[in-house]
Design a protein around this ligand. Sequence first.
Ligand SMILES: [Zn+2]
Length: 274
Amino acid sequence: MQVAPHVYVMHIDDGGVMHPGGSNNYFVGDPHTDMVLIDAGDQHRAWTRSILEYYARLGRPHISAILITHGHQDHIGGLDRLYDALQAPVRCHPKLVKRLEAMLGPGVVQPLASREVIRTGGGATLRALFTPGHEVDHVSFYLKEDRVLFTGDCILGASSSTVRDLASYMRSLHLLRRFPHDTVCPGHGPVVPPPRGPKLVQWYIKHREEREQQILAALARGVGDVRALARAIYPRNLPRGLRQAAESNVATHLEKLVREGKVVATPARYALAS
Ligand SMILES: [Zn+2]
């Protein structure tokens, strides 16, 4: 489906509990000349096949690069097969190069530079924005001509993302906000057009700030461990996988607050192993 003048999305319902609203791969550029592909999906053959079928429907344009948003399995699992089919250089964050080279061989993977501009068909340009937080090697892309942000897993279309380092994540959100956009194209969940698209980054920032306030308020009430904090803050009926994600989100908030000197950690309690 075409979602902007230079943007075509291959949407797949991969059925993961962590991916409400499915997942996306993007072809960006001009199908009559050349395009880049953003992300490679996971290792399931059906996913790779969907990407290649969509590519055939676009008329098999020349692919000038495969851009990777980050090194999680659901973004690089199909890379080996896609590289064989498309024979395009793979571009990613410098911290991910070694891992992808181990998969694809030497000379194939080229590190992106921060703010580098990648040109593709139809005069479209993508600017690489290093956005660590969800993962250290995370990159987002800004398509100026269409006012589109490709946010990988930094911002999702139908849920909030899991975060490893919240302080860097917040800096990344503030960076994304500086690039004027109408549409957010996330790694998972639906594409978010106006009127919600331009407000989504701000909503994410506000959401995290509110979480932090909730955690500080619960700590003030004497709730003092990750599990209890997650129970106090999140809905009671979260599915198991999301409960774990909620707890790890609480933990990343606490790490940030400790580093900022707003919270102190006291030694852990111990219990018999079960
Ligand atoms: Zn993902």
